[in-house]
Design a protein around this ligand. Sequence first.
Ligand code: SF4
Length: 477
Amino acid sequence: MKSSSRAFSANAEKAMLDTQLQRALNKAGSGFIDKRRAALDALPEFEALRDTAKAIKEHTLSHLDEYLVHFEQQVMANGGQVHWARTPAEAANLVVELCRAVGAQHVTKGKTMVGEEIGVNEALQQAGMTPIETDLGEYIIQLADEPPSHIIAPAIHKTREQITALFKQHHERYGLTKPLETIPEIVNEARQVLRQEFLQADVGITGANLLIAETGSTVLVTNEGNGDLTASLPRVHIVIASIEKVVPTLEDATVILRLLARSATGQEITSYTSFFSGPKRDTDLDGPEAFHVVLVDNGRTEMLGNDYHPMLRCIHCGACLNHCPVYSAIGGHAYGWVYPGPMGSVLTPLMIGLQQAPDLPQASSLCGRCAEVCPMSIPLPDLLRQHRFRLHAQHSGSLLTRLTLGAWAWLARRPAIYHWTMNTISGVLHRLSRKRGRLHRLPFASPWTRSRDFPAPQGETFMSAWAKKSRQQGGDK
Ligand code: SF4
């Protein structure tokens, strides 16, 4: 299933009516939220860590060129190679060429959202290679031919019944026909299939949560250990990472790691936090013979220093998705591109163009929960508002929306007329509701009233009620 960011409204409506999706989303529900809360309650220094992490990232971003070059030098000193890609196509070509150079047929992959961004699976398949996802969630959606619906839980939208049906359909060819019922059974069967893939892989591709300039290491956090098998068993290990992932030192990395796992899954630390620092050395028992890092820009250098600069601090923890009322109602596919939720609504228009994703900046109630929980203090609602300003400046959106906003802006600058108008509208809506307190149909607000009632105003605005009360109190004295 592929969707498009341009079709967000239609995608969202479809998602709301998808009973299987709603069941899966309800089940996932508050799990991440409760675990994060408990983890933070046990970490009194969270706010201090958040400030330190923000300062580390801001310092790094203001010297990004130096730290990236230092990282490259260290990778080379360790025996690896760094490759630079300005666009997704360049990055995908680089990966394909690296795989071709060693005659690769089978390629195992750990979870990499930047890999999704550059379409690496499609590029490998077009070149005649078989990429196999080894993260369980990614493996499930690869079987379903779907993109991830969450940046840390790619198959969160699937019910257990859907997963067992997928396994039945795809695993029969391995002679695995036993009906699966429990999660351990599902995990064991995936393990059996993937073990063979790990053993026959020529190249392993992983992402990176962090790059450390001081040591030339790439850091990967997983809970399944698949990242380590992907990195160590094949002859070649390729890391795909975006350029803003670099931090200066190991110590800086540990600050961010302490925030990452807690914000993402509520764990103190993920089950596997692996540091890869080059190919196998003579004294190592195992490891890849070659180590490559493909550094992807894809518009990030343009974000440096502009209005969207804070977004480069993102560590892809997913907390903003988990706490977003919009994401919780529609899941990730409705957003139509790699990154969903509030962080996706900021990033996607920057990466594929605002005109390709004009609805995403509106996919938020601006309630502010995302900014509140973001471990990197990214002001997501402000960034979404920036997109809205740009859209308005580009005369995007319907004529009705622009006229309504224009009228509202005119009114808001004239307080006396504004209060009179609001009071009048309030009174009219109150009368229209016939004192039921709710309105079933409202012209100009049909997308809202089509599926829910509109709460009717009390009959006068707060300001007018306040003024009336003050007058009465003045008269009583
Ligand atoms: S924007 Fe913040 S909360 Fe959202 S994924 Fe990035 S770091 Fe996490």
